[in-house]
Design a protein around this ligand. Structure first.
Ligand code: AMP
Length: 542
């Protein structure tokens, strides 16, 4: 028997924005500015300024469904864009400022961004891809230190004359709210278009106690950038609960972050392992310098958090680290290594469980499949590709590319190779694809190989990951030179330099006689990875 009908109340981000004003008007938004001073605003300001923004964008011709791109660090105005743009029915598209300009140009034009909002300090980056992104009709510049002249519209001048109130439309919960691109692991970057509904459901589950557990008394530091994977949804989870939010701007070095955590009495912080490795090292050096007694949780994800990191924080500083897994395609929270009540683990097993990628949060289903696409047993040993499904998992890419990532029976193929144990805890053992993850950012091995192989002296090149104590992974290149030809490491790096972001350049170039191959003639990168895994941990990177 079906239940009586419930109200058709749309699950939209607008509701969070309205709640922010109604119940959490005094909650603070703290931004660390580029000059290291702090700015303070409230959720009442957030609502007021998001309303002004909606008026301004309407005046500029932005209509429902139009893409408004951001090229910004984490700060209060970026938060206004996160809330105001979707609430007016348009789509906020975060551009990842760590990508190479040619990728950004491709992404902006693929997304057909109409308006771009850019931090003044990032204007030089925008200029490098502006010619590729002709769809952008208006550029709005956020001045870091005063009004902007000459280079597009000034954000503050644009908002100033607008009314404080905007009649936000009643939207369909399935309307698009946000667009993020994956970082182009194979082929071109692909867009993930999130609906209001998927973001709202993701937010509600993220806030559950056994997930991120947000509450209005929290002070949330989003180290994770708002330009990558929606900052793990932290901006929405904070606004939804009324938590105070702390946005670090461009200063992400360990000392600045520790200063911010102590000064603002941060209770919750989230970031990639590279950030936390730096913080742990500094804390070990100066255990008493910062008062972190307010901290209740630190969430680490984006790449694997080493057990020594998790253990080091707890054993030496009494700080709890929670490991989580997710992807741009999963909004991103998928699994979290919460220690369930009643597991009865000894100390070693407890650390091993904390260091796992965890188990699925409510409404996410997880399974792993073998080469025959059949589900594998949850025995902690069988390795297979992780597949997930749920209301905030993408069911296609923007523009319907990459169809092979979606199964006929409704699962998303993650590309991560995992085991799952009898309690449901998942552990990533490898990646199906050979991308390299450095400091939480992808580096595409194929793109580097193709560029290396365009050098006249290079016959073959394989790029693969080696472990790195700070960045998690760094790229190495194995190169076979053409007979009778010569090229040095520096020459090959110089050949790559104009085409890639600096952090993409391989740390080492190994000149080899042949590259190992699979039976089907593909590069056998797992063999290279095994052979050179510790090259950079044994010797200082060159
Ligand atoms: P992205 O879409 O750029 O956020 O990257 C998603 C990928 O990052 C996943 O498919 C994993 O390979 C990797 N990843 C995310 N979280 C973790 C984690 N906790 N441990 C290991 N790898 C992770």
């Amino acid at each position: 028997m079906l239940a009586g009908r419930m109200m058709d109340y749309p699950l939209t981000i607008t509701h969070f924005l309205e709640r922010a004003r109604t119940y959490h008007a005094r909650s603070a938004i703290v931004t660390q500015n580029p000059d290291r001073t702090s700015s303070r605003a409230t959720y009442a300001d957030l609502h007021r300024r998001a309303s002004k923004l909606a008026h301004a964008l309407t005046r500029l011709g932005v209509r429902a469904g139009d893409r408004v791109a951001t090229l910004c660090w984490n700060h209060a105005r970026h938060l206004e864009l996160y809330l105001g743009v979707p609430a007016m029915g348009a789509v906020v598209h975060t551009l990842n400022l760590r990508l190479h300009p040619s990728d950004l140009g491709y992404i902006a034009s693929h997304a057909e961004d109409r308006v771009l909002v850019v931090d003044r300090s990032l204007l030089p980056l925008y200029r490098k891809f502006a010619a590729q992104a002709r769809c952008v009709q208006r550029v709005i510049v956020i001045g870091d230190d005063g009004p902007v002249e000459g280079d597009g519209l000034d954000y503050e001048a644009l908002l100033a004359p607008e009314p404080d109130h905007f009649d936000f439309p009643r939207l369909d919960e399935r309307a698009a709210a946000m667009l993020c691109y994956t970082s182009g692991t194979t082929g071109n970057p692909k867009g993930v278009l999130y609906s209001h509904r998927s973001i709202v459901l993701h937010t509600l589950v993220s806030c559950m106690h056994d997930a991120l557990g947000f509450r209005d008394s929290d002070v949330v530091l989003s180290v994770v950038p708002m330009f990558h994977a929606m900052a793990w949804g932290l901006p929405y989870s904070a606004v939804a609960t009324g938590a105070r939010i702390v946005l670090p701007g461009p200063h992400l070095d360990p000392a600045s972050l520790l200063d911010l955590m102590a000064r603002e009495r941060v209770t919750f912080a989230a970031g990639v392992p590279t950030i936390w490795l730096g913080i742990l090292a500094l804390l070990d050096e100066h255990p008493k310098r910062w008062d972190l007694s307010s901290m209740r949780a630190m969430v680490i994800g984006g790449s694997a958090a080493p057990p020594a990191l998790i253990d080091g924080f707890l054993a030496r500083h009494g700080l709890v680290v929670t490991h989580a897994w997710g992807m741009t395609e999963t909004n991103p929270l998928g699994t979290i290594a919460h220690l369930r009540h009643g597991l009865d683990l000894d100390a070693a097993a407890e650390l091993d469980t904390r260091a796992s990628q965890g188990y699925a949060v409510p409404f996410i289903d997880q399974r792993h499949v073998g080469a025959d696409d059949q589900p594998l047993p949850w025995d902690g040993r069988s390795m297979g590709e992780l597949e997930v499904r749920g209301p905030w998992v993408a069911s296609s890419y923007f523009g319907d590319e990459g169809e092979d990532r979606f199964t006929k029976d409704g699962w998303f193929k993650t590309g991560d190779v995992v085991t799952i144990d009898g309690d449901g805890y998942m552990r990533i053992t490898d990646r199906a694809k050979d991308v390299i993850k450095s400091g939480g950012e992808w580096i595409s091995s194929v793109a580097l190989e193709n560029a290396l192989m365009s050098h006249p002296a290079v016959l073959e090149a394989a790029v693969f990951a080696a472990r790195h104590p700070v960045w998690g992974e760094r790229p190495l290149a194995a190169v076979v030179l053409r007979p009778g030809q010569a090229a040095s490491k520096d020459e090959l790096r110089a050949h790559l330099e104009p085409r890639f972001a600096r952090f993409w350049l391989p740390d080492e170039v190994l000149f080899v006689e042949r590259i190992p191959r699979t039976s089907t003639g593909k590069f056998l990168k797992s063999q290279l990875r095994d052979e050179y895994a510790d090259l950079l941990t044994k010797q200082p990177p060159g």
